[in-house]
Every structure is written in C-alpha cells, then in structure tokens.
Design a protein around this ligand. Structure first.
Ligand code: FE2
Ligand code: FE2
Length: 362
C-alpha cells in the first residue's frame, strides 16, 4: 500500500533530462532487480548517460546540504518588536519639541531590547524584509539602520557601552529631519538649492536637540551630527575627514546608505541588495567608507535570499535554494530552464556567477 510519504517522494523525483553532474542520489537506483547506484552517490556525466541508456526516467535527488534557509537568513528583529520600536521612535521624533528625559528613557528601553534581539541573531545573515510605507519612512529607516549597525558592531567586537551608544545613536540619528517639511523630504523630483540646504542641515539640528535636551553621552549626539560625513572629507555638514569622524558614526554611515538605497522613495525605486552592495564597494566609493565596517557589512548581508530568482553567467535563470555560510554572495542554485535542470553550488563553480537579481524573495 502506498503511504503519503511515498507519494511525496514521487512528487520530488527529478526527470532524468534535468539531472546534472554533481547531483546526489537520495534514493537508490534499481535496474533488473539489482542496485545500480546506492543512495548518497554523486552522479557523473557518464553515470547520467548510462541511466539514460537504461531508460531510467527520473531520480530521487538529495537537496543540497546547505538548504538551511530560515536558520541562516532572517530579519534580526521580530515583527512584533520591530513595530514596537518603530512606534516609539515615531513618538519621540514627532514630539521632538518636547524632547526630555522621559523620551530618553523610552529610547533607552527600546535600545536595550533591540541590542538583546540582535545579539541573539548575531551569527546569522541579514535579509531584511521590506514593510515600508512613506508615512513611516524615517522611523522605519531609523530602526533598520540601528538593527544592522548593531549586528556590525557585535561582529566587530565592540564593548557593551559602545554597543549601547551605537544603538541609541542609531535610533536617534535622523531626529533632526523632523525640522524639515515632509513635502521636501518626500519630494518627487529635484530639490531647489534652498531645499537641498535645508535637508543637509538635519545632522546639525539632530545634534543640537540631543545635546541640549538629553543626557546621552556625547557620542550619541555625534552619530546624529556625523552620519553623512565620509572619510574623504566630501560628506556633510562639516566635511570632516578620517579620524575626525567617530568610529560608531562610521558604522551608521554605511548602513544609512544601504537602507536609503534599498528603500523605495517618491523620487527613486528600491534597489536590490546586490546592486546596493556593488555600489558601496564600487570605485566611486573608494576612500569614503571605513573598510573594516564595510567588510563586516559585506559578510553580513544576504544579497540573494532563498527563493530569489537570479540570472547567472551565460544568461541562464535559476532559483536560490541554499546559502553558503562562508560567502552569501555564492549561494546554491537550482536551474529552472528546461532541459538542463539540476543544482549548482557557486562555491564549487567559481567560473559561474550571478549577474543580476530577477526577483527578490520576500
Ligand atoms: Fe540622515
Ligand atoms: Fe538616515
């Protein structure tokens, strides 16, 4: 009698035409009463040719070992906590005129909770899901930037006090934007010179507010003031260079760029993670970002989350089915195009690479 399990196994058998060398048998192959190949065998091209000659039509193949998806890639914050953090940040930002120790207390509470959540997820890759809407943009952005900044800080081995300051500074880094009308922040088009100057003033405003109205350590204000400075002295507002920029602020700078580019805004579409990573590591960015921060960031981000559809060298289309822990940019793929089929582990096939994301898995 067939059991449900048998039926399920049948449904995942791979037609012989789609099997590629390197595939591993999950079930033995029998022929005329004897075992031709045992389970666990890695098939070669000759094996596949032989199987075709014997008119074997389909095989039970093992999914590549690295199919550990959810355990590896995930959002470092739970949905519930993320929403709670966003609403606290929103409340504190919107009430910036009355900023005082009560707001500071609320932010400190969210900070310590956020640090705990990210700490538990620190060995994992970051694939942040998008749940953005324009009206909440600045608050969501502040929470996203903080979560990833803290993940970087943990990997860089920062101490407890630094982590705590990084978290608080991250949550408050854009509070100065509250002095800019939303019509300018969300403008669908080129800013006038006056508008541009206003936008570029938000780090100073944030710094003033935090300095005058909170008792957070000076580095927390500095993060607000310096998060658009770049090491080459071409950032704003003060065109600071190199060591004049606080190391915690350098972390927020990288993640701030990432999140801004990843986000859909009225004046630009959301960029896919691979495009943002390529930009941050491009020649035009050389000398701007802290390299230790950037390398830590590169190793943390999952550019092709499991389930994403990608195009590889030669134009073939594949689905990401597994990640390699040592390099998230070289995942395990399953080919979707007809006739060729099979799996490929990009760590083992260095001649192949992903050219672009066709559809990003959410
Ligand atoms: Fe900013
Ligand atoms: Fe920002």
């Amino acid at each position: 009698m067939r059991t449900i399990d048998d039926t399920m196994i049948d449904t995942i058998r791979t037609p012989i035409d789609q099997v590629q060398a390197g595939a591993i048998l999950d079930q033995p192959v029998y022929h005329k009463g004897r075992t031709l190949f045992a389970a666990g065998k890695t098939l070669t091209n000759d094996d596949i040719k032989e199987l075709k000659q014997l008119n074997i039509t389909s095989l039970g193949l093992r999914e590549p070992e690295a199919i550990i998806g959810d355990k590896v890639q995930h959002d470092p914050l739970s949905d519930e906590f993320r929403n709670q953090a966003i609403s606290t940040v929103r409340h504190v930002y919107e009430d910036f005129h009355n900023l005082d120790h009560r707001h500071a207390m609320q932010i400190s509470l969210v900070s310590s909770h956020l640090l705990d959540e990210v700490r538990q997820a620190t060995n994992l890759g970051v694939a942040v899901h998008d749940l953005r809407d324009y009206s909440n943009y600045t608050y969501q952005h502040s929470v996203n930037v903080t979560a990833i900044s803290v993940a970087i800080g943990l990997r860089m081995g920062l101490g407890q006090e630094e982590l705590s300051n990084l978290t608080t500074g991250g949550l408050l880094h854009d509070i100065g934007k509250m002095k800019i009308p939303l019509a300018i922040l969300d403008k669908d088009g080129k800013l006038t010179d006056r508008e541009f100057t206003l936008v570029r003033h938000h780090p100073e405003w944030g710094w003033d507010l935090l300095k005058e109205r909170t008792e957070f350590p000076a580095v927390v204000w500095s993060i607000a003031r310096q998060h658009h400075e770049t090491l080459d002295g071409k950032g704003y507002p003060a065109k600071l260079r190199g060591s004049a920029i606080h190391e915690l602020s350098r972390i927020v700078t990288v993640v701030d760029m990432w999140d801004a580019l990843r986000s859909e805004r009225p004046y630009k579409p959301a960029w896919n993670p691979d495009r943002v990573l390529a930009h941050l590591n491009s020649i035009e960015m050389v000398g701007k970002l802290d390299l230790e921060v950037l390398e830590t960031f590169n190793a943390l981000i999952v550019p092709y989350p499991i389930g994403s559809s990608v195009m590889i060298t030669g134009g073939r289309v594949a689905t990401v089915v597994g990640l390699n822990l040592t390099d998230y940019s070289r995942p395990i793929l399953r080919f979707d195009d007809s006739g060729l089929g099979g799996y490929v582990d990009l760590m083992e096939r260095k001649s192949l690479g992903i050219i672009k994301t066709l559809e990003l898995a959410e």
